[in-house]
Design a protein around this ligand. Structure first.
Ligand SMILES: Nc1ncnc2c1ncn2[C@@H]1O[C@H](COP(=O)(O)OP(=O)(O)OP(=O)(O)O)[C@@H](O)[C@H]1O
Ligand SMILES: [Mg+2]
Length: 324
C-alpha cells in the first residue's frame, strides 16, 4: 500500500475542479479565464492552510494538459533561500528540452512563494518573463502582502477562503460513508471546531478518530490528544524485528497523518529503547538515535532521516539475531 492510499487527505484530494469543496467563486473565475481567448495567464493563489490551493493548481494542470499532465508539470517549493538558483535551473531544464507540440505550454507550480526574499522574487519575475513563451506559473502563498508588486501585477490573483462549517462537516461525512466508518454528526462538528476551516487538518483528525473504530465524541477527543508514545514503540519494535517497510509506513502515518514532530518521534523512540536497557544492543541503538537527532536539528530532510534511522535499526536488529 502506498502512502497516498494510506492517507485520506491524499486519497480524497479532488482530481477535477468540479469536485473541489466550495471555493465556488474561484472555480468559476478559473473556468471563465481558461475558456477565454487569451487562455491561461500566470496566476497567484493566496489563502490560509488546507483550503485547496495546491489541489486546485493540480486540477488545472490535469485539465489543461490532459493525460500526461505529470510530464509537463513542475512542482517546486520555494521556501528556502538557496532556492532561487535551483528554481532557475529547474525551470530552464524543464522548459528547454522537450518539444511542446501537443500541449499549449508547461505549468510550473511554485508553492510557498511568500517565503522567498524580495531579491529572490525579483529573480523569479525575470524567470517568468524569460519563459513566457513556453510556461505558465501558478504561484501559491499564504499572504499576498509578502509578494512583490511586480509579480502581483503580472498574475491574476485568486484569494482562497477558509471553508465553512457546513462544507467541512459534509465533506467529512462523505469520507466516512465511503470508508464505511460510523460517525456522529456532533463529533464531526467538534472536528470542525478544532480545525477552523483547515480541511487538511480536519481530515487528518477524522482519520485518527476513525482508527479507534468509529467517529464519536470520545474517539475525536483521543485523536486530538493521541497517545503517540505507544505507537512509536510499535514502529521501533517492527524495525528491530526487521519489518522495515511496515515500520516505515507506520512512521509516515504518525508524522504526516497524526502530525507528530520528527524530534518527538526520536524522543519517544529513545524512551522505548530505554525500557529494555539491559539489552546488549541498547547502547548502540541510543548512539544511533543521538546521531539522527543531531542530523534533524542540523536541518536534514526529516522523512529521509527517519527512514534511514529505521533501516539502521533493522540492520542492528538483524545483526543481533545472527549472533545469538
Ligand atoms: N476545497 C477543498 N476541496 C476538497 N478537498 C480539500 C479542499 N481543500 C483542502 N482539501 C483537502 O485537504 C488537503 C490539503 O489541501 P491543499 O493541499 O490543497 O491545501 P493548501 O490550500 O494548498 O494548503 P497549504 O497552504 O497548507 O499548502 C487535500 O489533499 C484535500 O484532501
Ligand atoms: Mg499547498
Amino acid at each position: 500500500m502506498s502512502i497516498e492510499h494510506l492517507m485520506w487527505v491524499e486519497k480524497y484530494r479532488p482530481k477535477r475542479l468540479d469536485e473541489v469543496v466550495n471555493q465556488r467563486e474561484i472555480v468559476e473565475g478559473l473556468k471563465r479565464i481558461m475558456g477565454s481567448a487569451g487562455g491561461m495567464p500566470n496566476m497567484l493563489f493566496a489563502g490560509p492552510a488546507g483550503v485547496g490551493k495546491t489541489t486546485v493548481a493540480l486540477c488545472i494542470a490535469r485539465e489543461v494538459l490532459g493525460e500526461y499532465w505529470r510530464d509537463y508539470t513542475l512542482e517546486l517549493n520555494a521556501s528556502d533561500e538557496r532556492g532561487i538558483n535551483m528554481v532557475r535551473e529547474k525551470v530552464k531544464m524543464f522548459t528547454r528540452y522537450t518539444s511542446i507540440g501537443s500541449i499549449p505550454f508547461k505549468i510550473v507550480i511554485l508553492d510557498e512563494a511568500d517565503e522567498m526574499t524580495p531579491e529572490a522574487q525579483t529573480a523569479l519575475r525575470r524567470i517568468m518573463e524569460d519563459s513566457a513563451g513556453t510556461s505558465r506559473f501558478i504561484l501559491i502563498c499564504n499572504y499576498i502582502s509578502q509578494i512583490i508588486e511586480p509579480i502581483q501585477s503580472r498574475c491574476v490573483i485568486f484569494r482562497f477562503k477558509s471553508l465553512a462549517r457546513e462544507d467541512v462537516v459534509n465533506h467529512l461525512a462523505n469520507i466516512c460513508r465511503r470508508e464505511g466508518v460510523k460517525y456522529e454528526d456532533k463529533a464531526l462538528e467538534m472536528v470542525y471546531e478544532f480545525t477552523s476551516g483547515d480541511l487538511r487538518h480536519a481530515i487528518n483528525v477524522l482519520q485518527a478518530a476513525a482508527s479507534h473504530g468509529a467517529v464519536n465524541d470520545s474517539s475525536v477527543r483521543s485523536a486530538l490528544g493521541i497517545s503517540y508514545k505507544a505507537r512509536v514503540g510499535e514502529v521501533i519494535r517492527a524495525a528491530l524485528e526487521g519489518n522495515f517497510n511496515d515500520a516505515r509506513l507506520k512512521m509516515l502515518e504518525l508524522t504526516r497523518v497524526y502530525g507528530l514532530s520528527e524530534r518527538d518521534f526520536i524522543k519517544f523512540a529513545g524512551e522505548e529503547i530505554m525500557r529494555d536497557s539491559s539489552s546488549a544492543k541498547s547502547a548502540e541503538l541510543l548512539r544511533v538515535l543521538a546521531e539522527y537527532d543531531y542530523r534533524l536539528v542540523a536541518g536534514a530532510h526529516p522523512d529521509i532521516q527517519l527512514t534511514a534511522l529505521l533501516a539502521e535499526l533493522a540492520r542492528i536488529g538483524k545483526a543481533g539475531k545472527v549472533s545469538k
